[in-house]
Design a protein around this ligand. Structure first.
Ligand code: ANZ
Length: 924
């Protein structure tokens, strides 16, 4: 073979890897394991663009490197294939989402295979396959059958809870549950009807049906989770989202709040992502206390983080949605207060929170009593109090809380400063107002004052210390078609699980993918969507699971995807354990990454898996942005002017497809074919070329800057694509794609190829021993590559390969002793060309079975140095000398050098200064 024919080589090796299943991982305890996971894609209709594989290339390089180091690697790929886009498309075209999904998956797979990934395709999973979602449904069933025991701090079976109820009622039970649970004894429990029992159990189950305020998106006809809503609009499609009360399935993720928080510390994730999760969980340590309403049989419960400021409270504030609002409004305040509540209702909580400038609220006319000093304080309704946080009511301390302060100032309410003890430690230092004495907590440090105040609350039975989390339970249903059906049927309005033997509950066929005429979800259109038991036929749940269900546990299924008996075989799960390296986008910080951790902890609790945290280390790759190209049309004419000349005219710019531009030069023929309506256009050129303008923007179809990896591969090859994506810059950074730079990488691979061939293109490798210089170049590169890969610094390795190949080319090195290890260290980046070179070197086995070469320090140790000799400040000579020589020996060698003697012209030097290992200075 003469030239480097990447097309032939790449196809050949991809076929070889596939045929021989070389990446098919088996649990093998004789080797250390390495589990590398990529966030699996949603297969969209547009296919992959060059931004998508960035993370996959990085993880592929790491896994190939790990293989060379002797690890047993699991590196799977699959598809998150339920979701909205396929369904939206189905609504428009009537095409079944399963069909479009399958087409998209085929296209994705083909594109991924073209890049030469070392994926174990035998492990592929698709979340929309019944044999996969059978287990998603199974997990749902386990959650339904579990509750969270706070004493043991783990999930336990509902059956054991029922047993406790039967024996001792719920007095002793310390479980996570709904708030409104009444106490009952064993005889009371046993006397409850079946329906009453089920209603009570629902308040404990880890997945439960309850009326919840949800984000309802009328345009999409579905409920959305908090992380699917951005600033009051749906993340997909940008439709308005409103708050609405609906019966919904939820997951009691809040039961795991503390463990989710604690677990973060040990994870090797970036700090910003951990911080986002911490904020999302939002732990606050404080107290809950009751205020008696004056003249009414009502207690208002507040949550405060600063019970030590209790003597500075001057009013209470309730969220407009608070249950008591109606009854607290007195006749005298009715007009004003009700008008305010009506107005507040039409503003979403999010809007009210983000708008800190508008201060609005109203006095109810009622008063509450501060149990610490017996004072009567006004009860207000205020925008800034959130219905969904804490208790939806606050004790306001204007001197110490900024929002209370602004509110008090606005409405002329009293401001009262607690001077003793704790105020200096508050987040908002005491500000204005009368200074008052804090009664029995005067003069104490904040912590002490709080403890004492809480002791007072507990003694009076009007409050207690309380830890509050900002995180809410996660809503688990969507009123959509293309998702997992819930394995639930209804009997007398109460939910029951179908039997495990009836899993999977397969998604039924429907005539249209739209809600029914009475506003029921699409599954309401399915015929016979019911479940038959010995007691008769019952309707099945019509909502489906949200997008995050299938992706919350897929990393377990990859280990053992064909298992029909178990979610994953315990021995196999034990071997692979946690993911050693997870690469994916940072946008999943509070969605997928939190839900996966939750489900893993739950599966751990019930003994299905042996790890508590799924992703030990994570790297978030930056986005590859598009580099858009522009042409400039002269206003009012059908003429386009080249970029360099455009300032001479009045022009408007227009995006052009980057695929008809090369090195910023527009291909005029392709342009005319691309825009037939502009086929008659004229072009004003510079140096015979039309040069386009360029700008970095998001890669998107509408900006015509999408670069398809297939095109790059066809033109330059997959090895070039892989190396080039890494060469663009640090993995975590956002960076623009610029096809212009790709030639350099492509040339590098050609140069690498040439190193192994003579000038006639014939393989030419010498068996001679390598020189010191050659070994030094090689070992320098081994060291650098290894260090870089250990630090996930990919771009720097590519640069060092380039230097290495340049240096070896300069030495005309073709020694096997150098070229063999060189192929091995480059192989993770450019697997095809190196496989080919490896066979040409006479190896029978694939290069993936080679060993990563051992770096030897001894080759890097310099044993001589070329001393510059400076005479009266000018370098006149260069002297290679052994580094082992001492000062006198160096001086002697310098003075006896011919060139130096010539410059000395027979004079004896006044001074000779030797800096060992650096320079020799001679002054005459
Ligand atoms: C009195 C007080 C005095 C407070 C003080 C703060 C400072 P985090 O840390 O976010 O948990 N709060 C409680 N429930 C609220 C709600 N539903 N909407 C708006 N604000 C609410 O904040 C807890 C603090 O936020 C609580 O402590 C309460 O005000 C307020 F010097 O009580 B604090």
């Amino acid at each position: 073979m003469a030239d480097y024919n990447f097309q032939k080589i790449e196809k050949k090796w991809q076929a070889y890897w596939e045929k021989n299943q070389v990446f098919n991982a088996k649990a093998d305890s004789s080797k250390p394991k390495f589990y590398s996971l990529d966030m699996f894609p949603y297969p969209s209709g547009a296919g992959l663009h060059v931004g998508h594989p960035l993370g996959y290339i990085a993880s592929d390089i790491i896994t190939r490197f790990k293989r060379l180091q002797g690890y047993n690697v699991l590196h799977p790929m699959g598809y998150d294939s339920f979701g909205l886009p396929a369904e939206q498309y189905a609504i428009q075209t009537g095409q079944h989402p399963a069909i479009t999904t399958e087409q998209n998956i085929n296209r994705y797979t083909e594109q991924l295979k073209n890049i030469g990934f070392a994926f174990d395709w035998a492990k592929e999973v698709r979340t929309s396959n019944p044999d996969y979602y059978k287990w998603t449904q199974w997990i749902f069933m386990q959650l339904f059958n579990s509750y969270y025991d706070k004493n043991e701090d783990k999930a336990k079976s509902i059956a054991s809870l029922v047993e406790t109820f039967q024996n001792s009622g719920n007095f002793e039970v310390n479980a996570v549950s709904d708030e409104d649970i009444l106490e009952f004894s064993a005889p009371e429990w046993n006397a409850f009807s079946e329906n009453q029992k089920q209603e009570i159990l629902l308040k404990y189950r880890l997945t439960y049906l309850a009326e919840t305020t949800v984000n309802w998106c009328p345009a999409l006809g579905t409920v959305l989770s908090n992380d699917e809503v951005k600033d009051g609009f749906s993340e997909r499609g940008g439709h308005p989202v409103e708050r609405k009360k609906m019966m919904q399935w939820s997951m009691r993720i809040t039961a795991y709040a503390e463990r989710l928080l604690q677990g973060l510390d040990a994870l090797e994730w970036s700090e910003p992502i951990k911080e986002m999760q911490r904020n999302w969980i939002g732990k606050s340590i404080g107290a809950e206390m009751l205020f008696q309403v004056k003249g009414q049989d009502k207690l208002i419960k507040v949550f405060t983080t600063r019970i030590d400021t209790i003597f500075g409270v001057t009013y209470l504030a309730l969220a407009p949605e608070h249950d008591y609002v109606k009854e607290l409004i007195t006749e005298g305040q009715r007009k004003n207060a009700e008008a305010y509540v009506e107005m507040a209702k039409n503003r979403s909580e999010r809007d009210r929170m983000s708008d800190v400038k508008t201060i609005s609220g109203a006095f109810t006319g009622s008063y509450a009593i501060n149990p610490f000093n017996g004072e009567e304080i006004q009860i207000w309704i205020a925008d800034y109090v959130l219905a969904g946080y804490g208790t939806g009511a606050v004790m306001a301390v204007p001197a110490h809380d900024e929002r209370d302060y602004n509110f008090a100032k606005h409405f002329g309410l009293e401001i009262r400063q607690v001077i003793e003890g704790s105020m200096e430690n508050g987040s908002f230092p005491g500000k204005g107002g009368t200074i008052i004495n804090s009664g029995f907590i005067s003069g104490l440090e904040m912590k002490e004052a709080m403890d004492k105040a809480i002791a007072f609350l507990e003694e009076k039975k009007i409050g207690k210390g309380k830890i509050q989390y900002r995180m809410r339970d996660a809503i688990f249903t969507r009123q959509r078609y293309w998702g997992e059906p819930l394995p639930v049927y209804f009997k007398e309005g109460l939910p029951y699980l179908i039997e495990e033997k009836d899993l999977p509950l397969v998604l039924p066929e429907v005539d249209k993918y739209l809600p029914t005429e009475d506003g029921e979800p699409p599954l309401g259109r399915a015929k016979n969507w019911s479940y038959t038991t010995a007691d008769g036929e019952f309707p099945l749940e019509k909502s489906t699971m949200p997008g995050w269900a299938g992706s919350s546990w897929y990393f377990f299924r990859y280990m053992d995807p064909k298992n029909t008996e178990k979610l994953v075989d315990p021995a196999i799960e034990k071997y692979w354990g946690a993911v050693d390296l997870y690469i994916g986008g940072a946008e999943h910080a509070t969605g997928h990454l939190l839900y996966s951790r939750f489900w893993t902890k739950f599966l751990f609790d019930i003994g299905v898996v042996r790890i508590e945290e799924p992703f030990s280390k994570m790297i978030n790759q930056g986005m590859i942005q598009g580099r858009s190209n522009f042409v400039y049309r002269i206003k009012g004419a059908n003429t386009f002017v080249s970029s360099g000349l455009k300032d001479e005219y009045e022009t408007s710019s227009m995006h052009v497809d980057v695929n008809i531009v090369h090195n910023d030069q527009l291909n005029l023929e392709k342009f005319k074919a691309w825009r037939p309506d502009l086929a008659d256009a004229e072009f004003i050129l510079e140096d015979g070329k039309y040069i386009c303008g360029a700008e970095v923007e998001k890669m998107s179809k509408s900006k015509y800057n999408v670069v398809n990896p297939d095109d790059i591969i066809e033109r330059y090859g997959a090895d070039t694509l892989r190396m080039y994506e890494m060469f663009l810059g640090p993995l975590e950074q956002f960076k623009p794609w610029n096809t212009n730079g790709i030639d350099g990488v492509s040339k590098f691979l050609k140069k690498l190829w040439k190193l192994y061939h003579d000038k006639n293109g014939v393989l030419s490798v010498s068996e001679e021993k390598a020189s010191k210089d050659e070994l030094k170049i090689l070992h320098k590169t081994i060291k650098k590559t290894q260090e870089d890969l250990e630090h996930y610094s990919f771009n720097t390795s590519v640069a060092s390969f380039m230097i290495c190949v340049n240096e070896l080319t300069a030495l005309k090195c073709n020694k096997r002793e150098i070229l063999e290890p060189l192929a091995v260290i480059i192989s993770p980046y450019a697997p095809h060309i190196t496989e080919e070179l490896w066979t040409m070197l006479g190896h029978k086995d694939s290069i993936i079975y080679a060993k990563f070469p051992k770096f030897k320090e001894e080759f890097l140790i310099e044993n001589s140095h070329e001393y510059p000799v400076s005479i009266n400040g000018k370098v006149r000579s260069k002297l290679p000398l052994a580094l082992s020589l001492n000062r006198e020996e160096v001086e002697k060698a310098a003075l006896s050098d011919g060139t130096v003697q010539k410059w000395l012209e027979g004079k004896s030097p006044k001074k000779v200064i030797v800096v060992p290992g650096k320079i020799i200075n001679i002054v005459v």
